[in-house]
Ligand binder design. Structure first.
Ligand SMILES: *Cc1c(COP(=O)(O)O)cnc(C)c1O
Length: 395
C-alpha cells in the first residue's frame, strides 16, 4: 500500500451536524500545540469557560467543555447525578430521549418513560401526570432540540414542573446552544449538556456542560461512588475549577479547544440574540422555498426548530439516490431520517455558520434540480422567488 495524505472534499454541511466550520476556527486549530498545563493554555481555558457561561446565560461555576462529543456530555450528567434505584422521568419524542433512558438504566436508575409522537414537542401535561403519580422522582430528563425530528420542547415549562415536584432537571441542549433561546439560569436548569459541532460550528469532539448549585449539592451528597472515572466531575473539577490549582486529570484536547475558543469569540462578536435571530430569519426563507416546491414539514409550525428542518420525502422517491446526487453534483450534505423516520424524511440543517443566505438558496436550487431529475412531483420555479421574498422581510 502506498499511503498518501488525506485531503477531504470541500462540502456544504446542511445535515444534523457537524455543520460548516468557519476558516477562522480551522486556522485557530492549526496553531502550535502547547502543554495543557502551560499558563498560556490555562488562561485560554478560563476564557472558554467565561464565554460558555455567556453563551448558556448562566453564572454556574461548574461550566466547562467535556473532552469528548455530545454523547459524553449526556453520560456525564447521568453518571454524576443518577444513583442505583433513583427514579428518573425521561421524555422520549425522538432518538435522543431513548438514549437518555438507556443512560438511566446503565447507572442503575429506574426510568419512567413518557412517550410523545416523533415530530412533536414533549407534552408537559403528561410529564406533570407522571411526576404526580410517582413521588420521590430524582430527575426529569428531556431534549430541548430533538435533532432526529426537528421538534422544539418548552424548557421553561418543563423545568418549572421539575422544581414544583422537587426534582432535578437534565436538559439536552446539544442542538439548541447558539441556535435558539437557551437560558440556563432564568429557566433554572440543573444540568445541561451540548455539543461543539452543531450551532457552535466547531469540529466535533467537545461537549460543553453546566451544573447548578443544586446539582453540585446532589453530586456531593451521593451515597455511592460515581461509576465512571473519566466523567467523574469531582475529579474533573480539580482540572477546570476556577482559581483552583490545576492538576493533571487527562490531557485536554488542546487544539480542539483553540477551535472552540475561536467559535465562541465569533459568537460573542455576533451577539447571542443576533445569532438566534439569524437562525429564525434563514429558516423562514428555507421554509418558504421548500413549501413553494410542495414539500411538507414533519413538525407543526409552532413546535419547529429553525436549525433543523425535517421534511417528508415525496411519494415514490428514493432517499439514497437524492442525497447521493446532492453530494455528487453540489457537494451538499443533507441528513437522512433516523430510527423510525429512516427513508421517510430528510433533515436539512441550518446550524451555526451553515445558516446563511448562500446555503438557503443553494439548497433550494440543488433540491429542485435533483428532485426534477428523479421525476418527483414538485412545483418548479417557485422556490427561489419565495425564498427571496422571505429574505427581503426583516428578521
Ligand atoms: C448530536 C446530538 C447528540 C450527540 O452528540 P454527539 O456529539 O454526536 O455525541 C445528542 N443529543 C442531540 C439532541 C444531538 O443532536
Amino acid at each position: 500500500m502506498n499511503f498518501k495524505p488525506f485531503y477531504p472534499p470541500v462540502r456544504t454541511l446542511m445535515g444534523p451536524g457537524p455543520s460548516d466550520v468557519h476558516p477562522r476556527v480551522l486556522s485557530a486549530m492549526a496553531r502550535p500545540t502547547i502543554g495543557h498545563l502551560d499558563p498560556a493554555f490555562v488562561s485560554m481555558m478560563d476564557e472558554v469557560k467565561m464565554m460558555l457561561q455567556q453563551a448558556m446565560l448562566t453564572s454556574n461555576p461548574l461550566t466547562m467543555p467535556v473532552s469528548a462529543p455530545g454523547s459524553a456530555g449526556m453520560e456525564t450528567c447521568f453518571a454524576n447525578l443518577i444513583e442505583p434505584g433513583d427514579k428518573v422521568v425521561v421524555c422520549q419524542n425522538g432518538v435522543f430521549g431513548g438514549r437518555m433512558k438507556e443512560n438511566v438504566e446503565r447507572m442503575g436508575g429506574v426510568p419512567i418513560l413518557i412517550s410523545d409522537d416523533w415530530g412533536r414537542a414533549v407534552d408537559p401535561d403528561k410529564v406533570e401526570a407522571a411526576l404526580r403519580a410517582h413521588p420521590g422522582v430524582k430527575a426529569l430528563a428531556f431534549v430541548h432540540a430533538e435533532t432526529s425530528t426537528g421538534a422544539c420542547s418548552d424548557v421553561n415549562t418543563l423545568t418549572r414542573l421539575a422544581r414544583h415536584y422537587d426534582c432535578l432537571s437534565i436538559v439536552d441542549a446539544v442542538t439548541s446552544l447558539g441556535g435558539i433561546e437557551l437560558r440556563v439560569d432564568d429557566w433554572q436548569i440543573d444540568a445541561v449538556y451540548s455539543g461543539s459541532q452543531k450551532c457552535l460550528s466547531c469540529p466535533p469532539g467537545l461537549s460543553p456542560v453546566s451544573f447548578s448549585e443544586r446539582a453540585v449539592a446532589a453530586i456531593k451528597s451521593r451515597r455511592s461512588r460515581i461509576p465512571s472515572w473519566f466523567l467523574d466531575l469531582t475529579l474533573v473539577m480539580g482540572y477546570w475549577g476556577s482559581g483552583a490549582k490545576r492538576t493533571y486529570h487527562h490531557t485536554a484536547p488542546v487544539n480542539t479547544l483553540y477551535g472552540l475558543h475561536e467559535a465562541l469569540v465569533m459568537l460573542h462578536e455576533e451577539g447571542l440574540e443576533q445569532a438566534w435571530r439569524r437562525h429564525r430569519h434563514y429558516h423562514r426563507a428555507l421554509r418558504a422555498g421548500l413549501e413553494a416546491m410542495g414539500l411538507r414539514f414533519v413538525v407543526p409550525e409552532t413546535e419547529r426548530l429553525p436549525q433543523l428542518n425535517a421534511i417528508h420525502i415525496p411519494e415514490g422517491i428514493d432517499d439514497v439516490t437524492v442525497r447521493g446526487l446532492l453530494l455528487q453534483d453540489y457537494q451538499l450534505e443533507i441528513g437522512a431520517g433516523l430510527g423510525v423516520m429512516a427513508g421517510k424524511v430528510w433533515r436539512i440543517g441550518l446550524m451555526g455558520q451553515a445558516c446563511n443566505r448562500r446555503n438557503v438558496l443553494l439548497c433550494l436550487a440543488a433540491l429542485e434540480d435533483v428532485l426534477s431529475r428523479v421525476q418527483a412531483r414538485i412545483e418548479r420555479g417557485g422556490a427561489i422567488p419565495a425564498a427571496l421574498v422571505a429574505l427581503g422581510q426583516a428578521g
